[in-house]
Design a protein around this ligand. Structure first.
Ligand code: AKG
Length: 324
C-alpha cells in the first residue's frame, strides 16, 4: 500500500487542518485542535476511577493461571518473539504473567472483562473519536501491559491496518496506576504525525505497511529512518508520566515508543486502545458498546492448541531459554 492511500483516507478534520488551519479553531473543540497540531493531547482526570478499580481486580484474577477459568487462558498475547509465537496466555507456560519480563501484551481484554470494555468505551474517549472522525469510534484492538513495552519508536499506521483506511487511526493510552519515570514510560515526539511531510518509510516495493516477516535489515532501516526524522527536525522527546485517571490520545502517525525499564521492581500497568471510525469499517456495526463500536467483541472460544503446535511452542521456549 502506497503513501497516497494514507493521504486519501484522512478524516475531514485533518484535511481542514492541513488546508485551512485557521478554520479548525472555529469548527473543533480545544482537545481536537491540540491533537491536530501536535499529534497528541492529554486529558487529565477523565477516566472513571471505579472502572479502573474493577479492572485491577479482574487483572488480579488472571494472575494465577492454574486456577483462572479456562476461558481466560485463551487470552491472546503479543510482543517479542517468544510471546508472539506462543499466541495465547496459557501457552506461555508461566503461572503468573506478572513475573514475565517487559514487552508482554495481553490482547483484547475487553472481550473477557466488562471493566476493560468500559475503559475502552469511556465517554471521554468515544466523544473525542466521534468528533475527530465525524463517525462513532470503532475499537480495533486493545493491549494491556503490566510492565513497559520497551518497544522501539514506531508509527502505528504501518502496523495496525486491517481497517484499511490508514489515515483514520488514533489511540488512547490509559494508565492503570501513577506511572514512574523509572518504570519505562511512553515516549513520543510532538509534531511527528505528518508522514507525507516528514517522509514515509519504504517497507519494500513502495509499501508503507510493515510485515512481521520482513528481514531484520528492513526493521533496522525503519528505526534509522525515524531516528533521522527526529534528529533532522530537532523533535524533542516527551515522556508521559500520568496519574491514574488521566488519558492520552495520539495520532496514528505519531512517532512513539516504550522507554527501557530502569527499575526492575516497578510495574507500568497500562491499557492501550487503537480506534478507527465506524464509517471506515462497516463490520464493526454489529457490536455496539455505549457510544462506540467494536470489531469483534464476543469472547473467543477456549483455545485448544494442536499437539504439534504445543510441542513447537515448548521447544522454541526451551531453545530461547538455553540461549539465555
Ligand atoms: O506504551 C508503550 O510502551 C507503547 C505502546 C505502543 O507503542 C502502541 O500500542 O502502539
Amino acid at each position: 500500500m502506497q503513501g497516497s492511500f494514507y493521504l486519501d483516507s484522512l478524516p475531514l478534520a485533518e484535511r481542514i487542518y492541513r488546508n485551512q488551519p485557521d478554520l479548525v479553531a472555529r469548527l473543533y473543540s480545544n482537545p481536537i485542535q491540540r491533537y491536530l497540531s501536535d499529534g497528541v493531547v492529554i486529558l487529565p482526570g477523565v477516566i472513571p476511577l471505579d472502572v479502573l478499580d474493577q479492572f485491577d481486580r479482574d487483572l488480579e484474577s488472571l494472575a494465577d493461571l492454574e486456577t483462572a477459568p479456562e476461558i481466560l487462558g485463551s487470552i491472546g498475547i503479543d510482543g517479542p518473539k517468544k510471546y508472539y509465537e506462543a499466541r495465547f496466555l496459557r501457552n506461555l507456560g508461566a503461572k503468573d504473567f506478572r513475573l514475565e519480563p517487559p514487552g508482554l501484551k495481553l490482547v483484547d481484554l475487553q472481550r473477557f472483562f466488562d471493566s476493560a470494555k468500559r475503559l475502552a468505551f469511556a465517554d471521554s474517549v468515544t466523544a473525542f473519536m466521534q468528533e475527530l472522525f465525524g463517525s462513532p469510534a470503532a475499537l480495533i484492538q486493545s493491549l494491556t501491559f503490566w510492565k513497559s513495552s520497551e518497544q522501539s519508536i514506531h508509527q502505528d499506521f504501518s502496523y495496525v491496518h486491517h481497517h484499511r483506511q490508514l489515515g483514520q487511526l488514533a489511540a488512547a493510552w490509559i494508565p492503570l496506576e501513577d506511572i514512574q519515570a523509572e518504570a519505562g514510560p511512553l515516549v513520543y515526539y510532538k509534531g511527528s504525525h505528518l508522514p507525507d511531510q516528514l517522509g514515509f518509510y519504504d517497507w519494500g516495493q513502495g509499501s508503507i505497511l510493515a510485515s512481521r516477516d520482513a528481514d531484520s535489515s528492513v526493521f533496522a532501516g525503519y528505526k534509522n529512518h525515524l531516528e533521522e526524522i527526529v534528529r533532522s527536525r530537532g523533535l524533542q522527546p516527551s515522556i508521559f508520566l500520568p496519574k491514574r485517571g488521566d488519558l492520552l490520545i495520539w495520532h496514528g502517525a505519531l512517532i512513539h515508543g516504550g522507554t527501557p525499564m530502569l527499575n526492575p521492581g516497578l510495574t507500568r500497568r497500562s491499557f492501550i486502545c487503537h480506534y478507527t471510525s465506524m464509517a471506515s469499517h462497516k463490520q464493526a456495526q454489529q457490536f455496539r458498546v455505549g457510544n462506540g463500536y467494536s470489531f469483534d467483541l464476543p469472547p473467543a472460544l477456549p483455545y485448544k492448541p494442536s499437539t504439534p503446535r504445543r510441542i513447537a511452542s515448548k521447544m522454541t521456549r526451551m531453545i530461547d531459554h538455553l540461549k539465555g
